[in-house]
Design a protein around this ligand. Structure first.
Ligand code: PEP
Length: 252
């Protein structure tokens, strides 16, 4: 049984004070609504400590949106996994399409971060997904395969419990365009099948695969009803209680 896993990626939004106030409101609203999903929020680095304090004892996971591929050293402006762990952060989003496209992150680079996160005992939400051009030219499966193989290279079967995959078609992120539940489910089924080939059917069956791309209160139920969709990675709609609450209580 795969427990629904709903995550909010705040991107470069929320100052520490605004993030703390929002996180307390969200935690209160989630509790009052009897929210019954695994919930994660990923604030910007500097907002993390205030949010950790605000959600203490609530069970809400606070994750980082990125980390460096080194443990420490001369990497100006970067944040290491050790620094995150020292704060109490044990989950990191890696391979988000905004990092791939704006900051040129390759599968090889993402793979180094995945391996380091695992070495440091952290959980990873690994984002994969195709551009519109790749989908329209019939390369969806080839792109997903090469991202999965590249990003998970040398990740051992025994560490796969630490990995959640977020399928995020690039053309659906922040655009208001969502993949249909059928298209999303078929991409998720493909990912699960590749993981079964790369690892085992047991690992594939236990793998949580989130969908991301303009998830909102109106489409979350139809998406989550699909067999292979186990959760959501939400950007824009995770930034207000009014929009995020219906998503984290989709099963109520
Ligand atoms: C995201 O940032 O991962 C995302 C899916 O954004 P949005 O929900 O705004 O499309």
């Amino acid at each position: 049984m795969r427990k629904p896993y709903i995550a909010g990626n705040w991107k470069m939004n929320m100052t520490p004070s605004a993030g703390a106030a929002f996180a307390s409101d969200l935690a209160r609203a989630a509790k009052e609504a009897g929210c019954d999903v695994k919930m994660m929020i990923a604030p910007p680095f500097v907002t993390i400590p205030a949010v950790l304090e605000a959600v203490k004892g609530t069970g809400i996971i606070v994750a980082a949106q990125n980390m460096n591929d080194h443990k420490s050293g001369a990497y100006t402006g970067e944040v290491s996994p050790e620094m995150l762990k020292d704060l109490g952060v044990n989950t990191v989003i890696l391979g988000h399409s905004e990092r791939r496209s704006y900051y040129g992150e390759s599968d090889e680079f993402i793979n180094r971060k995945v391996l380091l996160a695992i070495e440091e005992g952290m959980d990873v939400v690994l984002c994969v997904g195709e551009t519109l051009e790749e989908r329209e030219s019939g390369r969806l499966e080839a792109v997903l395969s090469s991202q999965l193989e590249g990003d998970l290279k040398d990740v051992k079967a025994s560490d796969m419990a630490r990995i959640t995959i977020a399928y995020e078609p690039v053309w659906a992120i922040g655009t208001g365009k969502t993949a249909t539940p059928e298209d999303a489910d078929s991409a998720h089924a493909f990912i699960r099948g590749r993981i079964a080939e790369m690892y085992s059917s047991d690992i594939a069956q236990n793998l949580i695969i989130q969908y991301g791309g303009s998830v909102n209160a109106s489409n979350v139920k139809a998406l989550m009803a699909k067999e292979n969709i186990d959760g959501a990675l939400v950007g824009g709609a995770s930034l207000s209680v009014e929009k995020f609450l219906p998503i984290i209580t989709f099963n109520k």
